[in-house]
Design a protein around this ligand. Structure first.
Ligand code: FES
Ligand SMILES: [Fe+2]
Length: 369
């Protein structure tokens, strides 16, 4: 939300037609072309530390069980029994005692998906248990995040090459989520990405943020493709994006020098926003629900040693961003209302909105391929 583009970069670019934001047909096409094919961030490995721990997710019209097998491998199983197709697991999270059992006729699967028990099926001529493991989506792990892919996946290492190793100074894989806040927005998911990618709106919409981090500071370092963003500067060394403008938390290991004066913001197409602060990392998991409805989960990651301090209290960061997020959601929702009007037609992007036209270009390339 804070990055700035050099004058001229965005010149001439216009916003997209309204149908891209309001049409149920476009939404259905996105589910197939984007959410059914791209790598999607669905959570953190720390949510399933032990074999049998699980959480369920809805993505691309599918329900999946993300779990860890006895060998420690993470799987994303389609939540569909291989007998007659019943959904098996209704809980949002929990722990399997060594196996996954369907509640209908008790077919039972090992944590690696293999069908272990199928009552009375031995009497069925030609039945072979080995033919009926749970179906699974591809899984990739990066910086402690769990990604799934429902399609014929391009290797994660290939797609994410620009990001792999890029944020090692923050050791994100070591961090732990201390808090998360869930929001449901009455707007299209792309408006969340677009809004995050500019700070043209910051002086008006976020006066509390503008005081701590000037809206025209910083530079983009990823300006084309699926990953976009850069950094903004804090007004003074020692400032922090918190309710007090300061922090008592130490900087994360590895963050020093100019990084102490900066906050980095990246959009990671099409499922997450990643914000790297000197002392914490914030992630927004973005999940489209309909053309005009989006769920956003905002999670706050800290060093586990900081979390273990008796006086640890992340409220200064969480409350600051809850206010900032709600200010953003408000203008996103106002935009969705305007997009529904017959009076809307594409408008010109400012020079501070170069990342938005880059986002649009990448999006259209996928949707129109
Ligand atoms: S549908 Fe799952 S055991 Fe029958
Ligand atoms: Fe904003």
């Amino acid at each position: 939300m804070k990055t700035f583009v050099k004058p001229g970069v965005g010149s001439g670019a216009m916003t997209l037609d309204a149908s891209w934001y309001v049409s149920p047909d476009v939404f259905a096409r996105e589910q197939e072309r984007i959410f059914g094919r791209e790598w999607l961030c669905v959570g953190r490995e720390e949510q399933i530390p032990n074999a049998g721990d699980f959480f369920t997710v809805e993505r691309g019209g599918e329900n999946l069980i993300v779990t860890r097998d006895a060998a420690g491998r993470v799987h994303a199983f389609y939540n569909v029994c291989r007998h007659r197709g019943s959904r098996m697991c209704e809980a949002a999270s929990g722990h399997f005692q060594g196996s996954i059992q369907c509640p209908y006729h008790a077919w039972t699967y090992a944590l690696d998906g293999e069908l272990k028990v199928a009552r009375n099926m031995a009497e069925v001529t030609g039945f072979d248990r080995a033919q009926y493991p749970l179906k699974e989506a591809s899984v990739a792990l990066w910086e402690g995040f769990v990604f799934i892919n429902l399609g014929e996946a391009t290797p994660f290492e290939q797609t994410y090459a620009p990001l792999i190793g890029r944020f090692s100074r923050w050791s994100i894989d070591r961090l732990r989520a201390a808090r998360s806040v869930t929001y449901e927005l009455a707007c299209n998911w792309k408006l969340v990405f677009l809004n995050y990618s500019e700070c043209y709106h910051c002086p008006l919409v976020h006066p509390q943020l503008d005081k701590l981090s000037p809206s025209d500071s910083g530079r983009n370092d990823l300006a084309e493709g699926p990953f976009l963003g850069g950094y903004s500067e804090l007004r003074d060394r020692g400032m922090a994006l918190t309710t007090t403008g300061r922090t008592s938390r130490p900087a994360l290991d590895g963050v020093d020098g100019v990084e102490l004066d900066r906050v980095y913001y990246y959009t990671i197409f099409p499922s997450m926003l990643l914000s790297l602060h000197p002392d914490y990392v914030m992630v927004h998991y973005v999940k489209p629900l309909a053309a005009d409805r989006t769920e956003v989960v905002c999670a706050f990651l800290f060093d586990p040693r900081t979390i273990a301090q008796p006086d640890f209290d992340p409220s200064d960061a969480v409350d600051f961003w809850d206010l900032t997020n709600r200010q953003d959601w408000h203008v996103n929702q106002l935009t969705q209302l305007g997009l529904r009007s017959r009076a809307y037609s594409p408008g010109p992007y400012s020079n501070a909105e170069g990342l938005l036209s880059a986002f649009d270009r990448y999006y259209l390339q996928i949707m129109e391929a």
